[in-house]
Each structure stands twice: as C-alpha cells, then as structure tokens.
Ligand binder design. Structure first.
Ligand SMILES: [Zn+2]
Length: 429
C-alpha cells in the first residue's frame, strides 16, 4: 500500500536514520545545552564517542527531575530566539513540565501526527472532532496540527462541553472522534440516553492519554456506532500525542522509529529486558532541536512486539501503555498496577468497565475495596455472589484479597480527563 505520510523504510534504513539522528542529537545537545554537556562530561563522554547504535547505552539517562530542575526551559539547546512555541504538562506534583519547540520541531510533530490519521484510514473527506485539552497542553494543538497537515476537516471543540459536542456530532456529522477513553465512554452514554444514535455519523475514534481496557473500548465503540477505534500514544516531553498509533490490524502500535529511539528497560536495573517483555519506555529523540531528549525515562510501561505486522507498515511496534510505574501501589507486599484489576473485570459480562480501588488500614492491616458497576440491563446491583466471584478472580490473578462491591449503573464518578482509579487512605499510622 502506498502511503502519503508513512515512510516505507527497511530495518537497515531505519537503523541508518537512527544512527545519523543519534550522532546529530548528541553533538547538538553537547554544544547547545550546558545541562547535557556537563552530564556527558561527567561520564567522560564527547559526541565523537557515539559511533554505533550500541553506543547509546553509554549515554546518561535524563529524568523528570532534570526537567523540573531546569524549569522553566529545561534541556534548552538552541538560542531562545529560535523558540516559537511552549507547551506544558499538567504537573500533578509541584512545578509543571514546560517544553520548548522550534519551528522545525513543530513541523516534525505535524508530519508525525499526519501519519497517525493516515494509519487510521482517514481521508481528506473526514471530519475530525477534537475533544481534548487546548492551550498549554499538547493534546489539542497536536491533534489539530496533524489534522490540518493531513487535510481532513478539523472541528476543534476541546474537552467537556457535552452539549456542544453532541450538537457538532449531529449537525456537522463528524466522522472521527478524538478524545480520552473516558470521554468517549461518557459521550457514548449520552448519545444513547438522548436517542441520537441514528443522527450521528461517527465511524472512527482515536483515543489515548490513559490506560483503558478492551471492555471500555467495546462499550464506547458500540454506544457511538463506530466501525473501528485506534489507541494513540505520546507525551509532552516528546512533542506530544502522535508518536505512534495502533493500525487496522490491531496487533500493536506502530511508532515512528525514524523520529525517536525506543528502549524498553527493566526499571530497577535499567538494562534492556528480553525482546517482547514488559519494561519502562526510555526515549531518545533524533530530530528534536529546542529540547532534545537523551535516554529520557518515561515511567510508562509497555513492551516491543517482535516480528512484522500483517498490515504491511514496516515501522516497528510497541504494545499499548500498560500503566505507569508511578501508579503502582504496594498492597500487602504485592506490586499492583490498577490496569490489572481492569483486566480481571473484563471476564464479567454483567459489569461495566468502570472501577475504583480504595485502600485503607485498620488494626494495623491493609484492606483493599474494589467498587464496580453492573451494566444497565444486568440487574446485578448488590449481587453478593457476583461480588464474591469477582473477588475470587482478583485473588486468583493478582494474589491479594479484596472486598468487592457491585454498584448500580452510573454510580461511580465519571471524569472528562484521566479517571482516578486508586484512593489510598492508608496514612502512616
Ligand atoms: Zn500494522
């Protein structure tokens, strides 16, 4: 298949592009950024030492703390006059992360994002409703830049604003929805509630920014009448969203390996995990000018998918983001990611995809309670046998005891942005 934006590169061509980009990035960061220069000098390294792709492992890591310490313009490797744009992350603790872009950075980003729309099978006839955050956040800007570069029609709405969203869906007949999975679920529920299903023309959704379960996805695909949906990845530190997208074969996410190198490392040892195993994503940018990333630790967990994709695209694949090492909580000595609970719930047809975990401590012992919702047709609210069955499955898969409560449909709080899954009230007593 001939693509307009997605390059058709062999493994060797990708490796050559990566080596060239790695050499350029190292030299550029060494010359332009006092931070990177001192980090490399501390290791006795200079750009000339990077001769092969294996030499990447000699380079020091960059962390979120390095971004905070360099606030407000960390990692800056060009004169400030060359910066044309600033974006920032939500910054859950303390200072937010601010990242600078040159015009060339913006151009690379929009080409990369145009590839995503192409991979999702959109055409210039499509109408793309963008329901993600605008402003300082990268999401809205990225989805819009990419859409305009691709040539489809952009409907920039932003998050929330349910009435306007529904109005645009029915009046302008948007064909593609871009949002978080929670937002897509919420809109699906509203479309059903207001009986709008045959007045809208949605065919596809591109969703991302949070972990989701196949069940959540099936739920919004059905309620919105979608033909297909695609998981997108990205982070503010690395341009923003659009650094990879699931393809129509749904066997992983193609990532743009000519724009950045993805290493999957054991978060403890920081050595590569075996091919196909889960570890932390560590990224190195190959073309980024204003704020290049050298071995940046993302704390996102995923794995590389070996082999070639049946869709024919030669760009390598990663799995969906399986959670963040930061979201992990330790309960009675067991490391748990919230997504693991979500996976267990997928086995129960009478339950919705929503769940909330609360942790508390009494009599010196930790307790875990999991609240889930039954589906509107199931009538299983407060069913104790079903609750016990869920608790048994959790115990079988995650090896911990929990108390499960089955709520009625819609009783758990909904969120426009990232759903908050864990409430930890254990304190320090
Ligand atoms: Zn594919």
């Amino acid at each position: 298949m001939d693509y307009r934006f997605i390059p058709d590169l062999t493994e060797e061509q990708i490796a050559d592009t990566q080596l060239e980009g790695l050499k350029w990035t190292t030299a550029h960061a060494f010359q332009g950024s006092p931070f990177y220069r001192s980090r490399m000098e501390a290791q006795g390294l200079e750009p000339g030492d990077i001769k092969t792709l294996d030499d990447l492992s000699k380079l020091p890591f960059t962390t979120a703390d390095d971004l905070k310490n360099g606030y407000p313009m960390p990692l800056l490797s060009v004169p400030e006059a060359d910066v044309v744009r600033i974006h920032g992350s939500s910054g859950t603790t303390g200072k937010r992360k601010i990242l600078a872009y040159t015009q060339n950075d913006i151009d690379v980003w929009k080409e990369m994002f145009a590839r995503c729309y192409e991979l999702a099978g959109l055409t210039v006839e499509d109408r793309v409703q963008i329901c993600v955050g605008y402003g300082l956040w990268t999401a809205g800007a990225g989805f819009q830049l990419g859409c305009e570069r691709f040539g489809a029609m952009t409907l920039p709405i932003g998050p929330g604003l349910l009435e306007i969203q529904l109005q645009m869906l029915t009046d302008l007949k948007s064909t593609c929805l871009c949002s978080t999975a929670s937002m897509a679920l919420l809109m699906g529920e509203e479309v059903q509630k207001q009986g709008l299903a045959d007045k809208i023309a949605l065919k596809k959704a591109i969703f991302g920014a949070e972990t989701h379960t196949p069940k959540m996805r099936k739920q919004f695909e059905e309620s919105l009448g979608l033909e297909d949906s695609f998981d997108i990845v990205g982070m503010t530190e690395l341009y923003g969203p659009g650094t990879g997208l699931e393809c129509m074969a749904h066997e992983g996410i193609h990532y743009w390996a000519d724009i950045y190198i993805l290493e999957i490392l054991d978060p403890e040892t920081l050595k590569p995990v075996a091919p196909g195993e889960v570890g932390e994503m560590v990224v190195t940018s190959l073309k980024k000018e204003a704020a290049p990333l050298i071995r940046y630790r993302t704390h996102d967990l995923t794995r590389l998918i070996p082999g070639t994709c049946p869709c024919g695209v030669t760009m390598p694949r990663m799995d969906k983001i399986m959670g963040r090492s930061d979201d992990m909580f330790i309960f009675r000595g067991v490391n748990i990611y919230p997504g693991q609970i979500g996976s267990v719930l997928e086995n129960f047809g009478d339950l919705s995809a929503e769940y909330q975990i609360s942790l508390n401590r009494s009599d010196g012992l930790d307790h875990m309670a999991v609240s889930v919702e039954c589906t509107p047709d199931s009538g299983e609210c407060n069913n104790e046998n079903l609750a016990k069955a869920v608790a048994n499955e959790i115990r079988k898969h995650i090896l911990v005891r929990s108390e499960v409560k089955i709520l009625g449909p819609g009783e758990l709080p909904r969120s426009f942005a990232k759903a908050k899954r864990v409430q930890d009230e254990r304190g320090n007593d």
